[in-house]
Design a protein around this ligand. Structure first.
Ligand SMILES: Cc1cc2nc3c(=O)[nH]c(=O)nc-3n(C[C@H](O)[C@H](O)[C@H](O)COP(=O)(O)OP(=O)(O)OC[C@H]3O[C@@H](n4cnc5c(N)ncnc54)[C@H](O)[C@@H]3O)c2cc1C
Length: 458
C-alpha cells in the first residue's frame, strides 16, 4: 500500500490542511529492542537466545552440533509467526550472501541463503538477469523469503519458492547435503518451503529470467466497479493487485506490464506519509463514517493516474517503515472476492479503528508440499493493523471467514492453526513431517511452535 498515489490522493488535497496539526504525518520509527531478538513489528516477545553469524561452513556445523539446544535460523526477521524464537541459539547467515555460478544461458544462479533480495537484484542485473517476481518488500533474505513461500502478485507468476532449483544445507545432525535435480531429487518438492525446520540453508539455486523493464500504472476505481472487472484485470496484466481503502468504497489498483519504453523519473516513496494520513482520518473522524467516506472519496476522486517505467526490481518492491501486524490467507481463486467482501463488511460494520488498506493479490499454482499455492492458483487477502493497535479481532472474526472459504495462511503471517489444521489443508503434510524427522532426527531445528506443529506436543 506504499504507492505514492495514495499520498497524492489523500494528502495532495486540502485534507492534510483540514487536519493540520493533527495529521501526525511522520514516519513511525521502530521502538528500540529491549534485549535479544525480536521480529520486525515487535509483536513477538523478545527472545534471549544468543545470535551467532558463522563465517563459514565449518563454523556453522560447529554451532549446530555444539549448541545446548535447538538452533533456529533467522533471515531479516520479517515474519510474525514464532518461527524463529529460541531459548538456545539463533543463527544468521549474513556471511553466506554471495552470488555464484551465474549461468546466463540457463538463467540460473546459486545465491547465498542469507543474501538480501535487494542486494541480489543489482548483481543479477549486471549479468542481464532478474527475479521473475518480487513481493511488496525486498529486504528479506532469500532463505527467509522462500522458507515461508513469499509471493508477489500475478495470475501466471509463482511464489519465490517455486523458482528453487537446488538447495544446500546443514541438517540438524550437522550433515552437509544438496537437494536438487541430481542429488536427493525426491526431497526437492518438500524442501522448497521448509520453515527452517529441515536444516540451515546455506545456498539456493534459483531459476531467474532476463532482466526486464516494467510499466507501472496506479489508479483508483469505485470498489464495486473493480469487483466486476478484477478477474479481467488479472488476466490482462503481468502483475495486478488492488488495495481496498476501508470506509471509502474505493480501491487503488496497481498493474505492472513489460515494456521497452524509456525509463521515467522515480518519485520519492511517500507511503509512510499516506499511511499517517489514513491514520489521522481514523483518529479524528472514525465515529462519523459518512464524513470519513466523504472525505476519503473527495480526496481520492481528485487523484491523477500514475505511470512509471523502470527496472522490474526497482518497481515491484518498496519500503515499509510504518510498523504493522498482518494476517494473510491464500484463498481458492473462485471464492477470493467473496471472502474479501465478507471481511470488508465485517470491518466496516464493527472495526472503525482499521485504516490500513486490504491487499488482494493472485499467485500461480505449484506442486511444492507446503506451498500454500500447492495444487491450484490462489487469491491472497491481507488485512493489516497498525502495530500499536489491538488485533485480536483478526483471530476471532477475520480468520474464521478466511478459513470458511478454504484459505491457507501465509506461513510467516498471523494465524492460529495447529498441526492437525495444516494436515487437513496439505495433502503431503505427513510426507513433509517424515522427511523432516529423517533430516533432523533429534529435533535440533525445532522451537516450541514448530514442535507443536510437527510433533503435536504441548
Ligand atoms: C513489511 C512486510 C512486508 C511483507 N511483504 C510480503 C509480501 O509482499 N509477500 C509475502 O509473501 N510476504 C511478505 N511479508 C512476509 C515475509 O516475506 C516473510 O515472513 C518472510 O519469511 C520474511 O523473510 P525474512 O528473511 O525476514 O525471514 P525470517 O522471518 O527471519 O524467517 C522466516 C523463516 O525462514 C527461516 N529461515 C531464515 N533463514 C534460513 C536459513 N538460512 N535456513 C533455513 N531457514 C531459514 C526461518 O527459520 C523462518 O522459519 C512481508 C513482511 C513484512 C514485515
Amino acid at each position: 500500500m506504499n504507492r505514492r498515489k495514495l499520498l497524492q490522493a489523500i494528502g495532495g488535497t486540502t485534507l492534510a490542511s483540514y487536519f493540520s496539526g493533527a495529521a501526525e504525518a511522520q514516519n513511525v520509527a521502530p521502538p528500540a529492542a529491549t534485549s535479544g531478538w525480536q521480529n520486525w513489528s515487535k509483536s513477538l516477545p523478545s527472545s534471549g537466545a544468543q545470535i551467532t553469524a558463522p563465517r563459514d561452513l565449518a563454523g556453522l556445523k560447529q554451532l549446530i552440533t555444539s549448541a545446548d539446544g535447538p538452533v533456529r535460523p533467522v533471515g531479516a526477521g520479517h515474519s510474525w509467526m514464532p518461527l524463529v524464537p529460541s531459548d538456545y541459539a539463533i543463527v544468521k547467515l549474513d556471511h553466506f550472501a554471495a552470488v555464484s555460478d551465474i549461468d546466463t544461458k540457463a538463467q540460473t544462479a546459486w545465491i547465498g541463503a542469507g543474501a538480501r533480495l535487494h542486494d541480489v537484484s543489482p548483481i543479477l542485473a549486471q549479468s542481464g538477469l532478474a527475479f521473475r517476481n518480487l513481493g511488496d518488500i525486498d529486504v528479506q533474505t532469500l532463505a527467509g523469503a522462500t522458507s515461508t513461500a513469499t509471493h508477489g502478485t500475478g495470475r501466471n507468476l509463482s511464489c519465490l519458492s517455486a523458482e528453487i532449483l537446488g538447495l544446500r544445507m546443514v541438517t540438524g545432525d550437522g550433515d552437509e547435503i544438496e537437494i536438487s535435480a541430481t542429488q536427493n531429487a525426491d526431497m526437492l518438492a518438500g524442501a522448497r518451503v521448509g520453515l527452517g525446520s529441515l536444516g540451515v540453508l546455506t545456498e539456493i539455486k534459483m531459476q531467474l529470467v532476463a532482466r526486464h523493464k516494467l510499466h507501472r500504472r496506479v489508479w483508483f476505481m469505485p470498489h464495486d466497479a473493480l469487483l466486476a472487472q478484477a478477474n479481467k484485470l488479472w488476466e490482462t496484466h503481468r502483475n495486478f493487485e488492488f488495495f481496498y481503502i476501508p470506509f471509502s468504497g474505493m480501491s487503488m489498483c496497481i498493474a505492472h506490464d513489460e515494456t521497452q519504453a524509456a525509463d521515467t523519473p522515480r518519485a520519492a516513496d511517500e507511503s509512510d506519509d499516506a499511511v499517517a494520513q489514513l491514520k489521522a482520518l481514523r483518529d479524528y473522524v472514525a465515529w462519523f463514517p459518512a464524513l470519513r467516506k466523504r472525505l476519503l472519496g473527495w480526496a481520492i476522486g481528485a487523484a491523477p493516474e500514475e505511470n512509471v517505467v523502470g527496472e522490474s526490481w526497482q518497481l515491484l518492491s518498496s519500503a515499509r517503515n510504518t510498523l504493522f501486524n498482518e494476517m494473510e490467507y491464500h484463498l481458492p481463486e473462485d471464492v477470493g472476492l467473496a471472502a474479501l467482501e465478507e471481511v470488508r463488511h465485517y470491518i466496516e460494520a464493527h472495526r472503525a479503528d482499521v485504516f490500513f488498506p486490504f491487499e488482494t493479490r493472485m499467485t500461480q499454482a505449484d506442486d511444492n508440499w507446503l506451498s500454500p499455492f500447492q495444487g491450484a492458483r490462489r487469491m491472497s487477502l491481507a488485512v493489516h493493523c497498525y502495530h500499536a493497535d489491538e488485533y485480536q479481532f483478526l483471530f476471532t472474526h477475520v480468520e474464521p471467514i478466511l478459513r470458511k472459504y478454504g484459505g491457507r495462511p501465509h506461513w510467516g503471517k498471523l494465524n492460529s492453526l495447529s498441526g492437525s489444521d495444516f494436515a487437513a489443508l496439505y495433502p503431503q503434510w505427513q510426507a513433509f513431517a517424515d522427511m523432516r524427522r529423517r533430516l533432523d532426527p533429534r529435533g535440533r531445528m525445532l522451537n516450541p511452535y514448530l514442535t507443536r506443529l510437527f510433533d503435536g506436543a504441548a
